[in-house]
Design a protein around this ligand. Sequence first.
Ligand SMILES: *Cc1c(COP(=O)(O)O)cnc(C)c1O
Length: 437
Amino acid sequence: MDNKYFLQRSLHSVWHPCTQMKRHEGLPLVPIRSGRGVWLHDFDGKRYLDAVSSWWVNLFGHCNPRINAAIVAQLDTLEHVMLAGFTHEPVVRLSERLAALAPAGLGHCFYASDGASATEIALKMSAHYWRNTGRPGKTGFISLQNGYHGETLGALSVTDVALFRDAYGPLLQHNATVPSPDWRNAAEGESAEHFALRCAAHLEEHLQQHHGSIAAFIVEPLVQGATGMAMYHPAYLQRARELCERYRVHLIADEIAVGMGRTGTMFACEQANISPDFLLLSKGISGGYLPLSVVMATDEVYRAFYSDDVARGFLHSHSYTGNPLACSAALATLDIFGQDEIISANRAKSAYFNQLAIPLRDHPQVRHFRNTGMIWAFEVDSLHGDFAQRCFSLGLEYELLLRPVGNTVYFMPPYVISEEEMQLLATRALKIVEALT
Ligand SMILES: *Cc1c(COP(=O)(O)O)cnc(C)c1O
């Protein structure tokens, strides 16, 4: 297809996500023809290293042969069947495997198609649990400042990103936020752990006063992604777990972005050695192939819905709940974790990249260089207005797909990135920073 013509058609017919469409008057879309491994290829023979895993979903590269094969095999067997009243092999196998892998006690998998829906489900399930157990007044939620849990109305009501939220304020339930343990806000000389515990004291104070009306505390474990990869000490999660227990409030771990190995362990909660009441997964769960999300819940939650009374059940549904193709992609993704010992391989990759990134970290205009597992981020002191846009455009010139959040540059590459590709990423990112400062 002719490139220019194709772009024009896209701008006429497609309303792109998270985009002020008028900006595309001056900024062309990037048409992608194919992908292989960490590389995306356009129509002009140019390539881009997908350093953000296509919005954090891709784990094992584009067009991964093993995931492709699993989906094709499933396609020839059963493409889809409704999950109410019916079941199928991929959804059963996936649920069993997730329950075996996840922190203890999360034995029941409820499926949807995207992250925001998983958040909606967890919020509804939590409030409904309290209603079913005789505490119907517990309908409020708490979340962290600068937290992100998706953009449907319920999810947005626990998301603290002004740009996404402000236009819809009147449509949202009013929920409280508590201070984020983001270590960049620690006092001079204060450790990340001490700061985390100081923030947890605010959570405690809030719970003490309001627990009677609060259903759940929802949190992104270890890394708050969408507001710019804020990282914090696991002590916060340990304390939050204790406090939620004490004040009888559910703990919802939103691992939509940080689950599936991203923080260096299969699930971020493992690093705090805690089990939440709800665990949310999406993004990487299907290897970045197909829309799939899951809410994992405890036996205790499940039992509160188990009754002769239909209305006590969880009467929530999505048409594509538990889609067999998506489940088979997720099963193939889990297979790769085992076959290639991804968690330990990533540990070595992470250490290697940290070495390569020393010149970036030490650059005088780079602040708060940070790393958790396969996530890196730093702020750039730049006098350029619209840093994010310039960095994105310059990235393309240097064959990198970067998508900064404000002045925060982050890398979240697919796990298949090679040493050579990491070298390319580190050296070219440094050149971009130098050009923009
Ligand atoms: C991306 C994300 C979501 C929303 O997922 P969608 O599939 O985009 O709706 C929710 N929570 C976190 C932490 C996320 O990173």
